[in-house]
Design a protein around this ligand. Structure first.
Ligand SMILES: [Zn+2]
Length: 698
């Protein structure tokens, strides 16, 4: 079948939802499917205390399996590096095949599935991928992990190394870079006999790294336009930035982040218009003028999801791809993001839209723009389900990933998904309590429409670099989602605002591995490890920031009241709320606590530097807020905007801000990411109308 007949309901555009008249959803709390129980196990073992290093001399050897194995070698190098930092002793790493030449009395630290481990009966095959076991047998220490990711790279042994360092050598990774690495120097290293194991609670634990990080320079991840636009404003080079971010991935590794399931659920139909636009325009969304043209933004083409021929074409393509690659665990069926054209408003599509679905603002295309309509979730869930049922017959074990997002974010009223669909729920943020509560309710309702749910928040985009802190709420939400069946979480994107928001990242990463952990205990441990004698004051400082953030989020209903000129850009709206919250007197109070902490830490240079690291968030907030407040006044009040004195003042404030930002960038790189907020200013052409020049970027 090709194009629809002229009088086909597929060609009848309208704005009346024609779906079944089912009642609106009533929120009821989701059923708890599992309890908060740790996978960590430790059994008492007898044996002698092992002496690993004395007077900065190594008395042990790190043994790795013979043959190539980058992950295990890397894990051994992590251990080697950290033990050298702690003790000054550099431990040799040898392949098992070279063992014969070693003195007999040596303590051997065996990593991965060595023959030695096999002989001792220590393995990790019974554990979840990425899980690990640490065990001493006689004179030997075994660190074994399940490194079998079935098509994805997993690092169980490496997780074991980091856990050994954290639990038995008091190491912590508070943030990327030297200053965030916690360890104390001692020239003698010992290890008590142990038998421990642990496994991650969920298969996907992803915090997306906004910096090129560990992927550079070997891979396709180069600095992109966002980074370049921001760097140009700071007068800093792309090459220097790349140098700075090498190693940003270490923190993610140390926290055991990763995934053992290769989940695909990103926007999937980028090439459909190119492929079928000419031959099968009827696959694409009907517009009010009768056209289905998607050429204005072909990669964001919108589809006529009620077209069953299209469903068959998509399913056949998925089946072909699964056939071609037996290692593929999943493929995506998510619609494209954004798009210039409107969603399909043909009659057949509208027959899926229940009139009682929640009201949303929808892009209806040319001549209509954003208008009120009902949520499209039932329509999209039906589309997902039809594709999934065809694919499931052929490949019952493979999964299909789909977003709950945009116009199809709210839970469906009647449509249900087959068990091979994984829904990525895009939601949860911490700058509006109202939105958070509504997202939590939506999550709960989705748990009965889909059997596999992923949490996919954009929370870390919020706050524009201000020190918004919410570890308790974030932590409680992770616990709740875990208990109600979350198969994993994928946070987009960790912006590297470590000075002001690092505690959010830390608590989150820890809970994704083991959601049974106590949030206060994690915060207490973070502060004790990083700030020693100043820990109580730093905890007070963090809790003050958290209180301010909670207030901000609770007052966020007022976001709608901000003046039109400010409200039409979400960045400005956020800035208004943030500058109102972080007043000078609040900042003075916060600074006072940091000053007190500095006095308490006076003799410890590293702790002092860590407090200075936190302090950059306050410094950033002051430097940013001064011109921002004036700017918001100037755009919302015409006469203020036209006043030459204000314009002059704004340029002066921005010049001062630039000096502060350059200093933060050069001397406290990981404390504060200037990259994302500077990029947003650039893309919004902020400040420009009042005479501040923004650089051109290719
Ligand atoms: Zn349609």
């Amino acid at each position: 079948m090709s194009a629809f007949a002229k009088d086909s309901p597929h060609n009848k555009w309208g704005i009346k939802p024609l779906g079944p008249n089912v009642p609106p959803l009533q929120w009821k709390s989701a059923v708890n499917k599992r309890s908060l129980k740790s996978n960590f196990k430790s059994q008492p073992v007898s044996g002698k205390v092992l002496l690993l290093a004395r007077d900065s001399q190594p008395l042990a050897t790190l043994v790795i399996p013979s043959g190539e194995n980058d992950s295990i070698r890397e894990a051994a190098m992590v251990l080697q590096t950290m033990w050298e930092k702690i003790s000054g002793a550099k431990f040799p790493i040898v392949m098992e095949s070279e063992l014969a030449t070693l003195p007999k009395e040596q303590v051997l630290i065996s990593l991965g599935a060595t023959l030695l481990a096999q002989k001792a009966g220590v393995s990790a095959v019974d554990l979840q991928p990425e899980g690990y076991r640490l065990r001493t047998v006689g004179n030997n220490v075994f660190i074994v992990g399940n490194d079998d990711g079935k098509g994805v790279d997993v690092h169980g042994t490496r997780n074991g190394v980091y856990a050994l360092l954290e639990r038995h050598f008091d190491c912590r990774w508070l943030w990327p870079g030297e200053l965030g690495e916690v360890y104390s120097r001692k020239s003698t290293l010992v290890l008590n006999p142990l038998n421990e194991q642990d496994e991650p609670a969920v298969e996907v634990r992803n915090l997306r790294n906004y910096y090129p990080g560990e992927f550079y320079p070997n891979s396709r991840r180069q600095p992109h336009r966002q980074h370049k636009a921001a760097l140009a404003q700071l007068d800093r080079s792309v090459e220097g930035f790349v140098e700075n971010v090498i190693g940003s991935g270490t923190w993610f590794e140390a926290m055991g982040l990763g995934q053992s399931f290769d989940l695909q659920y990103k926007h999937a139909y980028g090439n459909l218009w190119e492929k079928y636009g000419k031959k099968h325009p009827e696959y694409f969304a009907l517009q009010s003028d009768g056209s289905r043209d998607q050429s204005a933004a072909p990669h964001q083409a919108r589809l006529d999801v009620s077209n069953d021929e299209l469903v068959k074409v998509i399913a056949a393509d998925l089946i072909a791809r699964f056939e071609k690659d037996p290692t593929l665990a999943s493929l995506s069926i998510s619609p494209n993001d954004g798009g210039r054209t409107g969603f399909c408003m043909c009659e057949v599509c509208r027959r899926f839209d229940p009139p009682n679905a929640p009201e949303i603002t929808l892009n209806l295309g040319k001549g209509h723009g954003a208008d009120k309509y009902v949520s499209l979730s039932d329509r999209y869930v039906t589309f997902y389900a039809k594709i999934a049922e065809i694919v499931q017959k052929k490949f019952p074990d493979r999964k299909l990933g789909a977003y709950a997002y945009s116009a199809y974010k709210t839970p469906p009223l009647y449509a249900k998904l087959p068990s091979n669909v994984i829904v990525g729920f895009v939601g949860l943020g911490y700058l509006s309590e109202k939105d958070r509560q509504s997202d939590l309710q939506n999550w709960d309702l989705w748990t009965s429409a889909a059997s596999n749910l992923m949490l996919r928040p954009n929370a870390f985009y919020g706050g524009l670099g201000y020190p918004v802190l919410y570890p308790h709420q974030l932590g409680m939400d992770i616990k709740h989602c875990y208990q109600t069946g979350m198969m994993g979480a994928d946070f987009d994107s960790l912006m590297h605002n470590w000075g002001g928001q690092g505690l959010n990242y830390y608590v989150l990463a820890k809970l994704l591995w083991d959601p049974s952990q106590d949030i206060d205990a994690l915060i207490n441990d973070y502060c004790n490890a990083g700030f020693g004698a100043a820990s109580p004051t730093i905890q007070k400082y963090f809790s003050t920031l958290e209180k301010l953030t909670t207030q901000l989020a609770q007052n966020a209903v007022d976001w709608e009241d901000v003046s039109d000129a400010v409200a039409n850009r979400s960045q400005y709206r956020q800035l208004r709320v943030l500058t109102d919250c972080f007043t000078d007197s609040n900042l003075d109070q916060l600074q006072g606590m940091l000053d007190q902490a500095k006095t308490q830490a006076s003799s410890d240079k590293i702790i002092l530097n860590r407090i200075k690291f936190l302090e950059q968030a306050i410094r950033y907030t002051r430097a940013e807020s001064k011109p921002a407040r004036l700017f918001l006044k100037m755009i919302s009040d015409k006469s203020a905007g036209a006043d030459p004195a204000n314009r002059k003042q704004l340029i002066k404030d921005l010049q001062e801000r630039k000096t502060v930002f350059q200093d933060i960038y050069d001397n406290h790189f990981y404390s504060q990411s200037l990259i994302n907020s500077m990029y947003r200013e650039w893309s919004n052409e902020m400040w420009q109308e009042f005479g501040w020049e923004l650089p051109r970027v290719d």
